[in-house]
Design a protein around this ligand. Structure first.
Ligand code: TRP
Length: 334
């Protein structure tokens, strides 16, 4: 709790092209949370270097992600939107928390095992301690809730364990965070294989809608979306392709599932796919326009970056003073 508001923290990595799945599953739902929470939305650029990055590319992607947060409607006046690398508390706390985390715990993380298998030539220590940096992100702001996808649940549980372990030694230093499940976005599946999540790392470009796809591309990808031979529009697990298209349609239009099913009853798959494509385009085109405007307004974006980094640092430093003192580091002389 800060100023009588619960704190909410989340972050995204600036790697890969964000997809409609990232938007409908996360970003879009973040927009209104500032009404109820003190919100921190971080571009977690420090996390990105567990795999090699081209410096210019990393810088560009991080800025694009930050602008995308704003373009998606997250108001930087009401939400703290900032780069992880601009607040040194993240790295500092991560180092300290490393000393309260067991290698055995980190070895058990499924994401580490997956990534180590994928990057067998670069299993660096950062890949192993990645979840500790994530714990630092969250605990630094005394976050009460963290909206994340199911794939990050294990990391969040580790964060809770680290916080509880630290608190049991030093007293109540950290808020133990909960996973945020309220108003969760629908899980968006691949357009080419509706049994798999829509992923920014999918090699098949037709499987995903990228947030910067133009209207023609969006419509074309929906026309090619894999469905079934039932020929009827129902919301059922037996028809995962149609179900996914209905989820996408409802997320974009705000309609509920029942209304959508009756709207398309008797409609052919071709027309249905076109309607879904149109709905997605009318959601994404304004976002793309705002993104374009922001790209041209360097001064404004720079001011957001500066002000929010200062705001985040203020809260981070509060926690760090407490942590340094509790652990036993000498007081800083002013
Ligand atoms: N690990 C998260 C992911 O890959 C990103 C992330 C980093 C994060 N730090 C965080 C998410 C803190 C929530 C809270 O999706």
């Amino acid at each position: 709790m800060i100023d009588n508001k619960k704190v909410l923290f989340s972050g995204m990595q600036a790697t890969g092209n964000l997809t409609l799945g990232n938007y409908l599953g996360a970003l879009k739902n973040w927009v209104t949370l500032a009404d109820d929470y003190l919100t921190f939305y971080c571009v977690v650029d420090l996390h990105s270097i567990t795999v090699r990055q081209d410096p210019a590319e990393l810088r560009k992607r991080a800025r694009n992600l930050l602008m995308l947060y704003i373009a998606a409607g997250i108001d930087p006046q009401k939400n703290c939107i900032y780069y992880q690398s601009h607040v040194s508390g993240h790295s500092e706390l991560a180092w300290m928390l490393n000393c309260y985390t067991y290698v055995g715990e980190l070895n058990r993380m499924t994401q580490f095992k997956d990534k180590a298998a994928k990057h067998a030539d670069n299993i660096n220590a950062g890949l192993l301690t990645y979840p500790v940096l994530m714990a630092a992100d969250i605990l630094l702001y005394q976050a009460d809730v963290v909206p994340v996808g199911i794939d990050q649940k294990q990391h969040l549980e580790l964060t809770r364990n680290i916080a509880e372990r630290f608190n049991s030694i030093y007293g109540d230093v950290f808020t133990v965070p909960d996973i945020y499940l309220g108003k969760a976005g629908r899980k968006i599946m691949s357009l080419q294989d509706p049994s798999r999540k829509m992923s920014k790392s999918d090699e098949n470009p037709n499987a995903s809608i990228y947030l910067m796809d133009d209207k023609d591309t969006i419509i074309r990808k929906f026309k090619r979306a894999v469905t079934d031979s039932v020929g009827e529009i129902n919301y059922t697990d037996e028809q995962p392709g149609i179900k996914n298209l209905l989820d996408i349609y409802c997320s974009c239009t705000g309609k509920d599932t029942e209304a959508a099913v009756s709207e398309f009853s008797g409609c052919g798959y071709g027309d249905f796919k076109l309607a879904v494509g149109e709905a997605v385009a009318s959601e994404l085109i304004p976002l793309q326009q705002r993104f374009e405007e922001l790209s041209k307004d360097k001064a404004y974006v720079d001011s957001v970056i500066k002000e929010n980094a200062e705001k985040a640092s203020y809260y981070a430093e509060k926690t760090m003073r407490k942590v340094r003192k509790k652990i036993g580091f000498p007081e800083r002389i002013r």
